[in-house]
Design a protein around this ligand. Structure first.
Ligand SMILES: [Fe+2]
Length: 196
């Protein structure tokens, strides 16, 4: 199975990255709870330091018209900004998303030189996961790294458009600083098919 694809799309206009909503104050942000889902998580025997993150949708007509013109295949409804707040080397713990099956990401701040995205299959569980309640790690609850097999790993470069599956268990390793991206989220599988 293919888990991501780099899309040859125009870069986001530079001025979009200076939108006042992207500034580092917390107004307009929903601070997402630190994602440890109530458990200690061990990866290769080491206790993980989970990242905290925040996400909000951009409300600006320039963004909407740019996306309509340049990303018409997404059928987007909202453009989100996802931002990780990192004090220490941290991990975006393994999970599948609540908010979509597929995302189109434009990472404008990678959060480090070697930030790795991995996809996994869990022992005795299906690859593609179902919708889950917010605030949970997976549709079957707690996921342990010891039960996972890596299927794919990659390091995404800055300022590229990446279409990726988020209905498969995935995590983000080796984050050393703030990591930020624009994100278009969808449950519509046809968006995926249209890009292959
Ligand atoms: Fe995710």
């Amino acid at each position: 199975m293919i888990f991501y694809r780099i899309l040859d799309l125009p870069p986001l206009p530079e001025e979009f990255l200076h939108h006042s909503q992207l500034k580092e104050d917390t107004s307009g942000y929903n601070l997402v709870q630190k994602l440890d889902w109530g458990y200690d998580h061990y990866l290769n025997g080491q206790l993980c330091t989970p990242s905290a993150s925040r996400a909000f949708d951009i409300k600006h007509p320039d963004y909407e018209s740019w996306c309509q013109k340049n990303l018409p295949f997404t059928g987007y409804k909202k453009i989100y900004v996802w931002s990780g707040l990192i004090d220490n080397p941290a991990i975006g713990l393994v999970h599948h998303d609540t908010t979509g099956k597929i995302v189109l990401n434009y990472i404008y701040d990678t959060g480090g030189d070697n930030v790795q995205t991995s996809w996994y299959i869990e022992k005795d569980r299906p690859l593609l996961r179902n919708r889950k309640p917010p605030g949970t790690q997976s549709d079957t609850g707690h996921v342990k790294y010891d039960d996972l097999t890596v299927l794919e790993q990659t390091v995404f470069e800055k300022n590229t458009w990446v279409l990726m599956r988020v209905d498969v268990l995935h995590d983000i390793r080796y984050i050393t600083g703030n990591r930020s991206m624009f994100q278009i989220r969808t449950f519509d599988q046809s968006v995926w098919n249209r890009c292959f």
